[in-house]
Design a protein around this ligand. Structure first.
Ligand SMILES: [Zn+2]
Length: 399
């Protein structure tokens, strides 16, 4: 047996145990993992030295008679990872530490439609450098970077295969980012924004404790992240979840993908702008339309309410197909849809109860996102840290 490989695996076992159970004593870790106490003490000492664990100094069960057991918890003062997001009308950055605390966060409205990838990456790199300088000043070391992008992403090569709303095709985003950011020795990845949003909801949001759900991301485009059996479902080639391009009206408006009546055309930004009577699209206009609609309905505008119900019906038609196939416990509405859930819930529930065969026996809940518009960039920031927790030694190789 390779002793070093065993120790490496055990470091992950201990760190995962602490991550799952919160502050715990060494004895409790030993009992929970089946490792002996001496080994646990040595592993904990190494994890403290790596600044991944810290002593809490708290008694595990306050009020207990006798010598208090020293507990350890995840350390927020060691590593941080950076999430970056390119979306159609904004760029965002977020850095989180191992405890899940956000240590830096920023977003700017930028119109990235039909943009030059190099220019977009240049602007994103400026924001990223600011974030890195900030976390470095806080004494944290970088464990990894993930970029969230809309469209089809080949995760293995870090390429945006196609992003119709950006007007991008075969953009080697990971390579562009590596050059611009001069980041070496830490993992730098690219992933689909809806997938990362779904992971963020699974880890810290509305999807916590759920095993099977569909996260609907609605920014300018509409996408979905599918979680099945507690894992992100990517599909055979990694392109699952393109909810926005589900055909719901074959005679409907032309989509950026070339087809007609895609769901994104009927429930996406264009549809919202039209009923809100807002000129666009411009940067931030999708969100402006959503808040305008919400304000009007609250003010008693029944025509707007009817128009939004129509959007809910289209969305329900699309989601009923998804629910019939996947049988999820919940649909989580993200992006601007989360802000409109109050008025979308009823038409959605009606559509699902009418069109989903199993609806009487397996009702699917409609939940608003708990993280909101930052879901994708939060998921992007959390992803490298999940890897650190399962394999703490991986950060040594980058150090
Ligand atoms: Zn389409």
């Amino acid at each position: 047996v390779d002793q070093r490989a065993v120790r490496r695996a055990n470091l992950g076992v201990v760190l995962e145990h602490v991550a799952d159970s919160g502050p715990v004593s060494r004895a409790t870790i030993a009992a929970g993992t089946g490792l002996n106490k001496t080994t646990v003490s040595s592993l904990v000492a190494e994890l403290i030295e790596m600044r991944l664990l810290a002593e809490t100094g708290d008694d595990e069960r306050p009020g207990n008679v006798g010598r208090p057991a020293q507990t350890v918890r995840l350390s927020g003062n060691g590593v941080v990872s950076l999430g970056l997001e390119i979306n159609i009308d904004y760029l965002a950055t977020c850095a989180t530490d191992l405890t899940g605390q956000v240590r830096h966060e920023h977003a700017v409205a930028v119109d990235n439609r039909n943009s030059q990838p190099g220019r977009v990456m240049g602007r994103l790199a400026t924001l990223a450098r600011r974030a890195l300088a900030d976390v470095e000043a806080q004494g944290l070391s970088l464990a990894g970077v993930t970029i969230a992008a809309p469209g089809l992403v080949d995760v293995a090569s870090g390429t945006v295969v196609v992003a119709p709303d950006l007007g991008w095709r075969d953009v080697p985003l990971a390579d562009l980012a590596a050059k611009r950011l001069a980041i070496r020795d830490v993992p730098l990845r690219v992933d689909n924004e809806a997938n990362l949003g779904a992971l963020a909801e699974l880890w810290t949001g509305a999807g916590r404790g759920l095993s099977d759900f569909v996260y609907v991301s609605a920014e300018v485009g509409v996408g979905a992240g599918v979680v099945m059996g507690g894992q992100l479902y990517r599909g055979a080639f990694g392109f699952a979840g393109e909810l926005g391009h589900l055909t719901v009206d074959p005679d409907g408006p032309r989509c950026t993908c070339g087809n007609r009546g895609c769901l994104a055309m009927l429930v996406g930004e264009d549809a919202l702008l039209e009923i809100a009577g807002i000129e666009g699209p411009t940067e931030g206009s999708a969100r402006l339309a959503a808040t305008t609609l919400a304000d009007r309905i609250r003010g008693g505008d029944t025509r707007t309410e009817d128009a939004l119900r129509q959007i809910g019906e289209w969305l329900g038609l699309g989601l009923a197909g998804v629910v019939n196939v996947l049988n999820p416990e919940a649909i989580i509405l993200g992006g601007y849809l989360g802000a409109l859930v109050e008025w979308l819930e009823q038409p959605l529930t009606t559509a699902l109860s009418e069109r989903v065969l199993a609806s009487n026996w397996a009702p699917c809940r409609i939940l608003p996102s708990q993280i909101g518009e930052q879901a994708a960039v939060h998921g992007a920031a959390a992803l490298p840290l999940r890897e650190v927790i399962s394999d703490p030694s991986s950060i040594r190789m980058h150090a």
